[in-house]
Write a protein that binds this ligand. Structure first.
Ligand code: ADP
Length: 274
């Protein structure tokens, strides 16, 4: 068993205990949902993009905000190579697959590593939430950076968030960080809509399920913290292939087993706001 790490760093705790500023809603949307993960590489952006598309196919108007300021994925995953227009006051979201999209990656060279310091992160978030012309949306899905850092803190303290979904893979080491993420959102008063177990198993040619990264850990963590377990998404190489091509699986292969799982998840999430 890996050693339990400290729950939240002292610096993080100090920032969280500062006086909470007024929370502003993002104009132009009814609800804002954060997609978060404790670690990078667990499929958070894949989840955010496919969830946005699945919500669209249930009839919702959806926006996708890539708040992963250090490593934006939406331009690649949605195949967007276009700069947003500006009227001098506000940025127009880029439309793709009928989704209103905004990403720091639209504004910078994707190859450039960015060294964003805390205050710059805050101002980028302000721009994306207050200076983008989001229009008539039911949901904005916010793709957060991994971890429990400045972006999560700023969003949770300053922006009215209607819920957070935590994506994880089932390894013990990922789960330790998930627990930290749950504690952060709980402490900041952001409702956790549920936990998702991504890449939970692989079905071999023999039809058997192989739990490559362990089994049941995300569900167990959800139960331990009295949170909803939203479900498992298996490993399918097509998910990666379509994501890399800029055409997410839910959009191009809606009858795929994984797309159907996303659709059911989207219905569940939508119904929790009705
Ligand atoms: P994160 O946003 O957490 O860093 P990504 O969404 O970029 O993670 O996903 C990491 C990699 O895993 C990508 O190559 C993606 O295509 C792949 N991936 C995510 N979910 C699945 C899945 N269910 N099956 C197969 N590959 C997946």
């Amino acid at each position: 068993m890996p050693k339990e790490k400290p729950e939240l760093s002292d610096a993080m705790r100090a920032k969280m205990s500062r006086k909470t500023p007024e929370k502003n809603p993002i104009q132009g949307t009814k609800f804002t949902i954060a997609v978060s993960s404790a670690k990078g590489g667990v499929g958070k952006s894949t989840f955010a993009t496919n969830l946005a598309l699945a919500l669209k196919s249930t009839g919702c108007k959806v926006g996708l905000l890539d708040a992963d300021i250090y490593g934006p994925s939406i331009p690649k995953m949605f195949g967007i190579d276009e700069k947003p227009k500006s009227d001098g006051q506000k940025l127009e979201p880029v439309m793709k697959f009928d989704i209103q999209c905004m990403s720091i990656g639209f504004l910078t060279d994707q190859q450039t590593p960015m060294i964003w310091r805390g205050p710059m992160v805050t101002s980028a978030i302000k721009t994306f939430t207050q200076k983008v012309n989001w229009k008539d949306l039911d949901f904005i899905i916010v793709d957060m950076p991994p971890g429990t850092g400045d972006t999560q803190l700023t969003f949770s303290q300053e922006i009215k968030m209607d819920g957070a979904i935590i994506v994880s893979t089932p390894q013990e080491v990922a789960l330790l960080d998930v627990k930290r993420g749950i504690k952060m959102f709980d402490k900041l008063g952001v409702k956790i809509l549920g936990l998702v177990d991504n890449m939970s198993y692989f079905t071999g040619d023999d039809g058997k399920k192989y739990h490559l990264f362990g089994e049941g850990g995300v569900k167990k963590t959800a139960e331990e913290f009295d949170k909803e377990f939203l479900g498992e998404i298996p490993i399918d190489p097509k998910v990666g292939k379509f994501g890399d091509q800029g055409t997410p699986i839910v959009e191009v292969d809606p009858n795929n087993k994984i797309s159907k799982i996303y659709l059911e998840l989207a219905k569940k999430i939508k119904s929790s706001f009705e």
